[in-house]
Write a protein that binds this ligand. Structure first.
Ligand SMILES: [Cu+2]
Length: 263
């Protein structure tokens, strides 16, 4: 299903190249994205929100924005920021967010949000996108993670702070060695989730159904802005649990923050 979908998107992208159609003003990269919604600011800037998949989920999600002025010309030099909020009736909270940066080759502002809970009876998510000081508010439907899958985990550290560990890649795991990347955030308050840049992380993959691990994994190390990169070796397809031990110096902050993958 996922493969078929990707193939369709690829064909759609190729077709838009081949046809050289002037009436399709999506750039080739935008054509590979899913258009989530579009809003117009008070002064007439249209703000289009894009994602890699049609469903936004409890996970680390890339979110992109493209901008056009009232005359329809693309805007590449605006100041854009994201503010995700979940309104849970009696309280509100935000989520870890990576503020968007314009990438010329994609012609998109590219950022990310870690949605920690699904939309539903518990509450509703909005994403406020502020463009040069003007906000537009998107209502977002955040789906639960697929069953047997958990790509973001919030744990309480031995220092009393909350930590969120979120899988950035592999988003489509394969058998063999995979590049591994996680984003770690802490909770300063309900609205502020800064990245954590000073951890030592140990990775132990496990196949829970078969009770074995794998050799030659590489512990993720910090590369910037709370992102840690290493390698994970999936010796078989199936269910994999990634155990992360978080340390600050020699102090164990969290013995086991676990993420689950199924492929
Ligand atoms: Cu919530």
């Amino acid at each position: 299903m996922n493969h078929t979908f990707k193939l369709m998107m690829l064909l759609a992208a190729l077709f838009s190249f081949a046809s050289c159609s002037k009436d399709n003003d999506n750039t080739p990269t935008q054509a590979e994205k899913i258009r989530i919604a579009e809003k117009t600011t008070a002064t007439g800037t249209s703000v289009t929100l894009w994602a890699d998949k049609s469903d936004l989920r409890v996970a680390w999600n890339k979110l992109y924005v493209s901008l056009k002025n009232a005359k329809g010309s693309a805007i590449s030099n605006a100041k854009v920021s994201y503010a995700p909020v979940m309104d849970m009736m009696t309280m509100k909270h935000a989520a870890p967010v990576e503020q968007p940066v314009y990438t010329a080759e994609k012609e998109l502002y590219e950022g990310a949000v870690v949605f920690s809970m699904p939309s539903g009876q518990m509450g509703a998510w909005t994403l406020t996108v502020t463009v040069d000081g003007e906000p537009v508010v998107f209502a977002l439907d955040i789906k639960a993670a697929p069953s047997n899958t958990k790509t973001t985990a919030t744990v309480t550290g031995s220092d009393g702070f909350y930590y969120t560990v979120s899988l950035v890649q592999p988003l489509t795991p394969k058998m063999g060695m995979n590049d591994l990347e996680v984003l770690v955030n802490t909770r300063q308050d309900m609205m502020t989730f800064p990245p954590v840049e000073d951890l030592v992380i140990e990775l132990i993959p496990e196949m829970p159904s078969m009770g074995h691990g794998s050799p030659n994994n590489v512990n993720p190390v910090h590369t910037g802005k709370g992102h840690y990169r290493g390698k994970v070796n999936f010796t078989m397809t199936g269910d994999w649990r990634l155990h992360f031990k978080l340390k600050r110096g020699n102090t164990v902050i969290m013995e086991d923050a676990a993420l689950d993958l199924l492929f």
